[in-house]
Design a protein. Structure first.
Length: 80
């Protein structure tokens, strides 16, 4: 698997991932971002392919890791 820092993440990818980690379905993500569920699926598929992930459980782990990384970085900016 590729390191988190090596994966190209667009702003929209990040928005989709945040909602995914919060437990939203593709349909719910699509509604919140005003895009189609098919577009949500494509964002996720492209992101996971960039990371070299094909297993569903690993996809969830990646999304969670990316979310946690961002949360830690935003906390470090506030305290650092």
């Amino acid at each position: 698997m590729t390191s988190l820092s090596e994966i190209k993440i667009t702003q929209r990818d990040e928005e989709v991932l945040k909602l995914l980690v919060q437990g939203c379905s593709n349909k719910e993500i699509a509604a919140q971002l005003n895009i189609s569920p098919r577009t949500v699926k494509q964002h996720l598929r492209t992101l996971f392919l960039r990371a070299g992930i094909r297993d569903g459980r690993k996809r969830v782990k990646l999304a969670t890791a990316m979310f946690m990384k961002e949360e830690m970085e935003s906390c470090n900016h506030v305290t650092g």
